[in-house]
Design a protein around this ligand. Sequence first.
Ligand SMILES: [Zn+2]
Length: 264
Amino acid sequence: MKYALVDGIKQEPFPNQKGICCLCGSPTSSKCGNSKVWHWAHKSLRKCDPWWENETAWHRLWKSYFNKDNQEVIHFDENTGEKHIADIKTNNGMVIEIQNSPINEDELRSRENFYGNMIWIINGEKFKNNFHISEKLPRPNLNFFEDIIFHPGGITYHKESDDPKYYEDIKSAKRYFHMIEAHFMSDIKEEIENNYIGHHLFDCKHKRGAWFNATKPVFIDFGDNHLWLLEKYYKEEYKSLWSVQKISKDELILKNGGGINKNR
Ligand SMILES: [Zn+2]
């Protein structure tokens, strides 16, 4: 952890210090070596918060955008007595969970239920070579694109046909299939560009990971100035397509009460 209580005050670790865990109240000591980020460790090996993951420089960078009071904030459920340390909790009460390692679906669900008002920031560093962001998409649910279905490959799209001739052809052939026409994405490039607010198609190896079942917003951090919001592009159940939306990292931080120049 980045913080422990020293003489009752929330403090960062410095060499050879003793502290008290802010969450469980047991003794901690400072670990200020070279291999890991400086942190506080419990003296006994018991883990006080099962949701806690070992911190990396990436966690610390994220925390550093926010005030000390907004970092490692204890979130307490009065009804169940359950308590956990939220990585960041904004003044508006929203929790920002900074997640470096993969998560299983049970824990994902528990954390979402526990915090309620929250977003995820996940570290995309490890999978960035298997995650390919491609074509632009228009903002969802526009009338112009109502009968258009985009596909993950991004080269063609399908349009439900209203061409009478097309219907006749189908009738005479006595075939029954979806009345669709294939078109090239490049044909509607201008319309897409005019309605672009950051959405893109993407391809990745595992589209079944826990993050695809999150009910709270998931922002992927690939280490540059942007975040990519993972979301279902179509809200209708019968259309299935995932997209990512490019979001300014600075904007998200500022909007939530952080500061952009603190440690970058
Ligand atoms: Zn503890």
